[in-house]
Design a protein around this ligand. Structure first.
Ligand code: GLP
Length: 279
């Protein structure tokens, strides 16, 4: 199912998304977790770090993968996603480096065979259980820009002008790369559950297009409509342009009430099999 949870504030959205990921780790200590970068999931990672500190949430067995990376940035660049994951999560939790598989934008291998080997690695590990996702303002997922095949595979992707424009603000003096490597939309959909987080009014229009608009390569994130098990966590601003908002609020109140959860035994299972009746 497509489970849409709408929260009052972005902080609450990050907290709930963090708790969902933590719940998945507690139930499956060797969870295969797909990480996404961008501003949106920073609060989610902060919540995971807090839970690691306060409840000893254990990352020792979690297998970590990443969704995308810039090509050609020096390894010490503050703008690489490699650095991002270390800064916001990895430097603060007890992950095992042997279980860390971040896409490498400087792979020496030919890019086509590198992408094939990355997908093979994921398959050999049994596939991704839970994939964290954000959404670009132009509808991209990872770096699958508008025009990406809905069944695309992991590959090198040319960044669009709008993506480069949005990234430029964060890049300071370094120029935004032309290319990135990204898991394809088809590869992303092979994850068992997708957890998409969108926060803020600037995401409202694209969230509505992705969730309620026609399935289209022009809105790559609309490809989540094809997935059988998706959880979206939106704050009320990001949810602001949804036509079906009342129904989603009804869904939200079914699972969240006075800070109480009805997502037992597991939200991933609920996303697959449907909402349980409220006790
Ligand atoms: C980035 C990443 C995406 C991310 C998106 C949204 O460029 N490639 O994986 O989801 O754009 O970013 P933000 O969360 O900063 O809005």
């Amino acid at each position: 199912m497509m489970l849409v949870l709408i929260t009052e504030t972005p902080e609450e959205g990050s907290r709930i998304a963090g708790r969902l990921v933590a719940q998945a780790i507690k139930q499956t200590p060797a969870l295969r977790l797909g990480l996404a970068a961008g501003n949106t999931p920073i609060g989610l990672y902060q919540n995971l770090v807090d839970l690691h500190r306060t409840t000893r949430l254990d990352f020792a067995h979690v297998r970590l993968f990443s969704l995308d990376e810039f090509i050609g940035l020096p390894s010490d660049s503050p703008n690489s996603y490699h650095r991002f994951f270390h800064q916001h999560l990895l430097d603060h939790v007890n992950f095992d480096p042997a279980h860390l598989h971040l896409l490498n934008g400087q792979a020496e291998q030919d890019i086509v065979s590198y992408c094939v080997s990355y997908e093979r690695l994921i398959r050999n590990q049994g596939g991704i259980d839970l994939q964290i996702l954000g959404i670009g303002q132009n509808g991209h997922l990872g770096f699958n820009e508008p025009g990406s095949s809905l069944n695309s595979r992991t590959r090198r992707s040319l960044l669009s002008a709008s993506t480069k424009y949005n990234l430029a603000r964060a890049f300071d003096s370094e120029s935004v790369p032309e290319w990135a490597v990204t898991m394809g939309l088809g590869a992303i959909r092979e994850a068992q559950t997708l957890l998409l987080l969108a926060l803020g009014a600037h995401k409202a229009e694209i969230v509505a297009k992705a969730l309620e608009g026609p399935l289209s390569a022009f809105i790559p994130a609309s490809s989540i409509q094809l997935h059988p098990s998706v959880v979206l966590v939106l704050d009320r601003h990001a949810a602001g342009s949804l036509n079906n908002q009342d129904y989603y609020l009804q869904q939200s109140s079914q699972v969240m009430e006075n800070n109480h959860w009805f997502l037992e035994p597991s939200f991933m299972q609920v996303a697959q099999t449907g909402l349980p009746a409220k006790p």
